[in-house]
Design a protein around this ligand. Structure first.
Ligand SMILES: CC(C)(COP(=O)(O)OP(=O)(O)OC[C@H]1O[C@@H](n2cnc3c(N)ncnc32)[C@H](O)[C@@H]1OP(=O)(O)O)[C@@H](O)C(=O)NCCC(=O)NCCS
Length: 288
């Protein structure tokens, strides 16, 4: 089998997004989603394109990797390649060889939540379990309960609220209005919404961004956060319910979210918003 490994041009990002979108199916393990790329788009299309690796076999995209600082790659694998031993070997060869420019750090980590053969090959070749992540899914065939908090879909007129909550929810956040604007102009954001929850004094207390992968496909919550001064009052559950409901309005068949298993607060919050917890899935690490 001949497989090409390329870094896409920024102009080709739309095609990568739609390919990855077509791989999102209910019942399959939750893996890399167009929303993950959409959220990364805040750093600009050139940075996103530079962080992507695309594997193509006979003109068909079969795997996509999103790189994080040379040491972590988040993989998406085409559903048709789930049992493809030949492709799994090629992916592993490319990931294990720093000269191929995928993983160049000292302690490479691979997020591979899908690809039965690929995952078992990683194990057989000595990759060990790294951090466990917990996927959660909510079926959207039935309507979602109305949250007890006012939640608005926000655009550029309320970007200050969206940014303020993000920065107050994630300690190391570098989000800015400028980055929101870059993200919101992307093709990925045509299928996204930013939501902000307000308390009864009109303070912005919670935020989420949701990403559809198209009609009848699982959508993604990325990210979800509650302002650190307003936690423990049900706003996390409320913004998660609003996020699920928004995805339902956008035609998604289910809402998915993945969080580190160690983030007990997030797992409890999603569960309290009706999400079903799936078995934890670990990343893979290679100790060279
Ligand atoms: C996770 C987070 C969104 C929860 O928001 P919150 O407003 O405090 O959550 P809620 O008050 O709605 O609580 C929802 C449920 O989670 C539980 N919970 C919340 N924080 C918890 C914690 N740290 N440990 C255990 N349970 C917790 C609550 O008891 C509640 O359970 P219940 O419905 O069974 O009573 C918030 O802590 C946060 O923004 N964290 C930082 C960002 C983050 O980790 N985001 C998620 C990953 S992308």
């Amino acid at each position: 089998m001949h497989v090409d490994l390329t870094t896409p041009h920024a102009r080709a990002l739309g095609e990568v997004l739609s390919e990855l979108g077509s791989w999102q199916r209910d019942g399959l393990p939750v893996q890399l989603h167009p929303g993950d790329l959409g959220w990364q788009w805040r750093f600009g299309p050139a940075a996103l394109a530079g962080a992507l690796r695309v594997w193509t076999a006979n003109g068909t995209v079969v795997a996509i990797g999103l790189l994080d600082e040379g040491s972590l790659v988040r993989m998406g694998v085409a559903p048709s390649a789930d049992q493809d031993e030949g492709l799994a070997r090629i992916l592993l060869r490319d990931l294990e060889d720093p000269a191929r420019g995928v993983l160049t750090g000292d302690k490479p980590i691979v997020e591979a939540r899908f690809g039965t053969v690929f995952r078992s090959l990683l194990r057989r070749r000595g990759w060990i379990d790294d951090e466990p992540w917990t996927p959660l899914v909510r079926d959207l065939r039935s309507p979602v309960e109305t949250p007890r908090v006012r939640v608005e879909t926000v655009g550029h007129e309320r970007v200050a609220d969206r940014v303020a909550v993000q920065r107050a929810a994630f300690d190391r956040s570098t989000f800015t209005a400028g980055r929101w604007t870059v993200m919101s102009r992307s093709p990925a954001y045509r299928h996204a919404r930013c939501l902000v929850g307000y308390d009864d004094r009109d303070n912005a207390v919670a935020a989420a961004t949701v990403w559809s992968a198209g009609e009848g496909r699982p959508g993604l919550l990325e990210p979800v956060g509650v302002h650190r001064d307003h936690r423990g009052r049900g706003y996390g559950t409320a913004i998660t319910l609003a996020a699920a409901s928004t995805l339902r309005d956008m035609g998604a068949s289910s809402a998915t979210v993945v969080t580190p298993t160690s983030n007990a607060g997030a797992v409890a919050t999603y569960a309290s918003a009706g999400f079903r917890r799936l078995p934890a899935v670990t990343d893979f690490a290679l100790v060279r």
